[in-house]
Design a protein around this ligand. Sequence first.
Ligand SMILES: [Ca+2]
Length: 169
Amino acid sequence: MDETTSFKSEATPDLVPLLAGRKNLALRGHATQSTSSEYPQFYASLANDGNRNTNIYAKSCSTTDKQFYPWWRVDLLDEYLIGRVVITNRGDCCSGRINGAEIRIGNSLDNNGDNNPRCAVISLLPSLSFTYTYNMTGRYVNVVIPAKDAILTLCEVKVYRAPDNQTRA
Ligand SMILES: [Ca+2]
């Protein structure tokens, strides 16, 4: 479709479990984010629309306002043992804004889900799209930047079950 030609591979192959779930759970989930009043056209569900285009003007990236602790959340509608989260960052500009963002997974909506267990801190950007691998249980997957005057832009967030929870072919 409209994948960017500059898109890099999602992860080092040896980091991806061979039997990991193949279905992107986030596609069916409901996304929301802390704010989008300044940029209403970059609403939350653009980060789980299945399109990894990294150019924000392709209208497939979510963006919050510049604020204290901006967050984005997807409700998977059920609890899953989650094995991988693949984050695709903005590529046309400002990719460093995501540095320091945290991925949090759990079942609580306390503090909008930002209090759920932290499974990763996005501190380096090895590529525009990168994979975090772990086994964590939860219905909600949050990405939050714990800082003031921060802007959270996400071009795609994919969520996959852990291998042990996968129906095998
Ligand atoms: Ca997208």
